[in-house]
Each structure stands twice: as structure tokens, then as C-alpha cells.
Ligand binder design. Structure first.
Ligand code: ADA
Length: 559
């Protein structure tokens, strides 16, 4: 199972783990229930017995391994406890960010890996709650098991810096000594195409037992072309570790030389203004749930591109890296977002909210910072940005993001009803609002936008770019009505036609992100406002069947 669309290692070896794991449901006392054999990655809801199962489950796999092993879980939904031969080696909360653990001095033999997974809305869970999307259960993203040598490249970050017509790059490499001896190793960093790379950094490191060292350098990069949406040219950054001229480890990632900036009311890419035409996309597909296979991700990209879009917002959580890789390759901009949706002040006061949010932001940026397609970091969608306590949470999270990545603008999608209480619009680089004129109210779209702009101008968001981060209407696939009554495809199409015409012709707006690309399953707690227990505002349904609005959006975006 590949976790990326390109090879990240030549030296470091990863095991190919058979994709079928043993699985047992667990009762609240941890007693095993029925036995299943489930695909990993996958959602347990894909099994006909487990479509609505919310609770605990146990995945088990026997793997022959030894020495120093790194277990890397790209996503487990949503609380994971990992055991090796019965000993707990890792715990992780949140379905949408990766985690890993290094096991040392393992005897070469069969070892039993067990992953206890919980997708219940347990009392420790501040971010996964009954919501207008579904928290699936399972090992829902790839599991990578790697054989390490004495040292390895733990993390590799690259930030492009534009200096006139030249490019620089800020490199941050973390190297770890996982042996039982102090070690001297030579780090070299290469940048270039898939074959011709130039060495830009060579450094000898002396690492004590168990020591990790961060190496930061700004490098002048030669002979590279700019990454643009029209020409999304990608390069590789590669870190190698050698001991006594013997290669011990390597890590390779893909990068693009592009600069995102905010100038006045404009979002700039490489010094040119861009207009965002995008979709909000939940990771949810037919009967795959959130464990969307690569072929289906590619299909989504083709459909999104065919409508003339240039952006995807990963509402409301960090996405699978393979999808981000596809956006990098296709020149589709990504608003990536830390996990939170519609948390009021009470929920933001949950004892675990701050720590779980902080972990999600750190893991999101640590692992996704190199993707050139990501142009903005988002947080706290429609949370309590209208209260002093809520504001303190926004302040703290934006500070953390700016500390981890000062190179990208930040934003959050605000509730329309907060437009006059804009307590947090001074904190963002880009002002974003979610509005639903003609759907949740019968306000003419242009009137809604005018009052939004007036409210922003009167507050702390004035003079900044404005994005309509959500706008749309419901339409049930296959429900047709010449009278255009609500939930019909015809009504959805005509509302979107008015919405997109008003937004895309308004020179004060830097773009629009439609809610939403595809229908998605929602938690049963939302059934009373969500026919079929789905959010039906997709332009395509959960199986990607086109609604009438598909043509409406294509016409507006391609105009
Ligand atoms: C909000 C929210 C979305 C979705 C949308 C809707 O803007 O951010 O997640 O719930 O409303 O469909 O009403």
C-alpha cells in the first residue's frame, strides 16, 4: 500500500503488509465480539454488519519483523491504542493526522500488532462529535511498517522563498539516532528533478544515544522553474544519511517553487492576483466511507477540474496525503484545515479541546508543509469567534500556526451570523464567511453580500481579501421538480446560478468555495435536518453522479 504518489525512500525499506486484518468488535469492557476480516485501509462501516457500528474494535495482524522498526499510521478513525505482543506502544486521537512509533531491539520473529480503535463520541473526544459529517471507524488510511538502521530522517521540511527572480529554500531536517551507541553521520540534502539533483547541504552530525537533532539552513537554489497553476512544476528535496560512506537512510519529498502572499485585498501567487473558484470536499465516497481509494480520488480530481475549479477546501480536517499529492500535480490550490466544525463555546471549553486541537495543527503542518498546493491554513470552522473565550482559542491556534509555518496566510470560515460581532477578523490574513442566501433564508444573494461587505468594512476585517468559503443549496439526486421546490435538483441549480453570478462578478470578493463538491453521510444525530442522513448540498451525490447543478457550476466557473 502506497502512502504517497511517488517513492519517498530508496534506502529505507518498508514491509508490504497484507491488506486483510483480523477484526473483532469490542464491548465496553473490552470483550471480543464477532470476528471479521476487514481491509486496511478501510472503514468498518463498509462491512454490511457494521454500517452503523459506533464503538470499539480490535484489528490484529501478525508480522515477522526484527531490529529497529517504525510503525507509521497515516490515519486511524478516530482514537487508537497500538499494542505489540500485548504491550501498549502508542496512543493517538483524531482520524485525520498521522502518527508513528519506533520499536527498538525487536527479536526477529513473528510479532502481533493490535490496534484498538474507537469511533464513539467518548467523553475524552473534544473534536469528533455528532456532526454534519460522519466520523467513521477503522484504520482508514495506509499503515507503513519500516525497517530502520541506526539513524533516520525523522522529518524533512522545505519552504520556498522568492528573492526577485531567484529562489531560496528554508530547509528543516530532523535526524534521530535510534541505535544504542553514540553515532557520527553525514547528512546531505539534494534538490532537483527525479534524476538530476544538486547537493545543497552536507553536514556531519554527532548524535548521542536517542538524540534527535534539528538542522535548519536557508539555501540559494539554482536552475528551478516556478510552480504555477498553469505549470505545476514539481521538484524533489532529498535528505540522505551516511555513516563511513555507507548510506543508512533517506527521505524524499516533493516541493514546488511558488510564493503565496496577501497584498491589500488580493491573494497573490508568484506576484499575480488569483481568484479562488473551489469546492468544499469531505473525505466521504459511496460505500468506502472516508477510506477513499486512490482511483476514486483521481476521479474526484477529474470531475473538479472539469467544472473549472482551481481550489479544494479540506473541510473540516487535514486530508489524506495522496489527495494532496494529486492537487500538487494538477495545480489545484488547497485550503487545508485543522479538525473542528461548529464547536460552540461550551465545546471549546472541553478539557481536551486545546490539547487535541494543538496536536492536530502540529501534525498537520509537520507532515503537510511541503505541499505547494496548500495556499492557506484554516482552523475552527464556525466556532465561537464571537466570544472573548472563543477569541482566545483562535489567538492561540493562529500563533501556533504562524510559529510552525510563517510562509502561508491563515484564515477561518466564520458563521454569517457573526458578521457584526467580528471579534477575530483582526487575527486573519484572509477574511472568510459561510453564507447561504436563498437556501437558509430568502435574502437575494447580492443583498447578502453587500451587507456582509459593509459589516466587514466597519470592523477589523476591512482592507483584507474576502473569500466566500461556503455557499450553496441542497438538491436530492434524482428528485426533479418543474416547480423547483426545495430539495429538487432544479432548485439547487437555480440558487447556485444566482449565487455564483453574484459572487464571481463582485470585484471586492477574492473567490468562492462552493458547499459542497459531493454529498456526504452525516451522523444520525442530524437526521432531522438531513434527508437520507446525508448533507445533500453536493454538486454530485455520494457516488459522484452529477446533479443538474453540475452544469450550472461548470458554466459559471468556466465563463
Ligand atoms: C456550515 C458548515 C458545513 C455544513 C453547512 C451546511 O457552513 O460549515 O460543515 O454543515 O453549514 O450544509 O449547512
Amino acid at each position: 500500500m502506497k502512502a504517497r504518489l511517488f517513492e519517498t525512500h530508496r534506502i529505507r525499506r518498508s514491509f508490504s503488509v497484507d491488506p486483510i486484518w483480523d477484526f473483532y468488535t469490542l464491548d465496553t469492557d473490552g470483550n471480543k465480539g464477532k470476528h471479521y476480516q476487514l481491509a486496511v485501509p478501510g472503514c468498518w462501516e463498509s462491512h454490511p454488519d457494521l454500517v452503523t457500528y459506533r464503538g470499539k474494535g480490535l484489528y490484529t495482524k501478525t508480522i515477522r519483523m526484527g531490529g529497529t522498526i517504525r510503525l507509521n499510521f497515516k490515519g486511524v478513525s478516530h482514537t487508537a491504542d497500538v499494542y505489540v505482543d500485548g504491550e501498549k506502544v502508542s496512543h493517538h486521537y483524531n482520524a485525520y493526522t498521522e502518527f508513528s512509533v519506533v520499536l527498538k531491539n525487536l527479536e526477529l520473529k513473528d510479532h502481533i500488532i493490535e490496534v484498538e480503535v474507537d469511533n464513539s463520541f467518548h467523553e475524552e473526544s473534544a473534536l469528533h462529535i455528532s456532526n454534519d459529517y460522519y466520523s467513521y471507524g477503522g484504520i482508514t488510511r495506509p499503515v507503513i511498517i519500516e525497517q530502520l538502521n541506526a539513524v533516520y530522517v525523522e522529518n524533512l521540511q522545505f519552504t520556498p522563498i522568492r528573492e526577485g527572480v531567484k529562489w531560496q529554500g528554508k530547509i528543516k531536517v530532523t535526524v534521530a539516532n535510534v541505535s544504542s551507541e553514540p553515532i557520527t553521520t553525514t547528512l546531505s540534502v539534494r534538490i532537483g528533478g527525479s534524476s538530476d539533483k544538486k547537493v545543497y547541504l552536507r553536514k556531519e552530525l554527532n548524535l548521542a544515544v536517542g538524540q534527535s537533532q534539528l538542522i535548519e539552513e536557508v539555501l540559494a537554489i539554482e536552475d528551478v522553474k516556478t510552480y504555477s497553476l498553469e505549470e505545476p512544476i514539481l521538484y524533489y528535496v532529498q535528505a540522505d544519511l551516511a555513516c563511513n560512506q555507507v548510506l543508512m537512510d533517506d527521505l524524499r519529498d516533493r516541493i514546488g517553487f511558488r510564493e503565496i502572499a496577501v497584498e491589500g485585498r488580493d491573494i497573490m501567487m508568484n506576484g499575480k492576483k488569483i481568484i479562488i473558484k473551489g469546492f468544499n470536499r469531505h473525505e466521504d465516497y459511496g460505500s468506502f466511507g472516508c477510506a477513499i481509494p486512490l482511483e476514486a480520488m483521481v476521479r474526484d480530481i477529474h470531475l473538479i477540474e472539469s467544472m473549472g475549479a482551481n481550489c479544494v477546501r479540506t473541510c473540516h480536517y487535514p486530508n489524506d496525503e495522496r489527495f494532496l499529492d494529486l492537487c500538487d500535480e494538477r495545480g489545484i490550490l488547497v485550503w487545508e484545515e485543522a479538525h473542528a466544525r461548529g464547536l460552540d463555546e461550551e465545546r471549546m471549553r472541553h478539557p481536551n479541546f486545546e490539547r487535541q486541537s494543538e496536536e492536530c495543527i502540529r501534525e498537520m503542518i509537520l507532515n503537510h508543509i511541503n505541499h505547494p498546493s496548500i495556499y492557506v491554513w484554516g482552523i475552527l470552522n464556525e466556532c465561537a469567534s464571537d466570544t472573548e473565550f472563543g477569541r482566545r482559542c483562535y489567538v492561540k491556534q493562529f500563533e501556533q500556526i504562524r510559529e510552525l509555518d510563517p510562509s502561508r496566510p491563515v484564515t477561518f470560515a466564520a458563521l454569517e451570523s457573526h458578521m457584526n460581532s467580528g471579534l477575530c477578523l483582526d487575527l486573519v490574513d484572509i477574511v472568510s464567511f459561510n453564507i447561504y442566501p436563498r437556501w437558509y433564508n430568502d435574502t437575494p444573494v447580492s443583498e447578502c453580500i453587500e451587507s456582509l461587505k459593509a459589516a466587514i468594512e466597519a470592523g477589523e476585517g476591512s482592507g483584507k481579501p474576502l473569500l466566500i468559503s461556503e455557499i450553496g443549496a441542497g438538491g436530492i439526486y434524482g428528485y426533479r421538480s418543474r416547480e423547483e421546490d426545495k430539495w429538487s435538483e432544479e432548485r439547487q441549480a437555480s440558487i447556485l446560478e444566482e449565487q455564483l453570478r453574484a459572487v464571481l462578478t463582485d470585484r471586492d470578493v477574492s473567490g468562492v468555495i462552493i458547499w459542497q463538491y459531493a454529498d456526504c453521510r452525516v451522523d444520525e444525530g442530524w437526521f432531522h435536518v438531513r434527508p437520507k442522513s446525508q448533507n445533500n448540498k453536493g454538486i454530485v451525490d455520494i457516488y459522484r453522479r452529477k446533479k443538474l447543478a453540475f452544469d450550472t457550476v461548470s458554466k459559471a466557473f468556466n465563463a
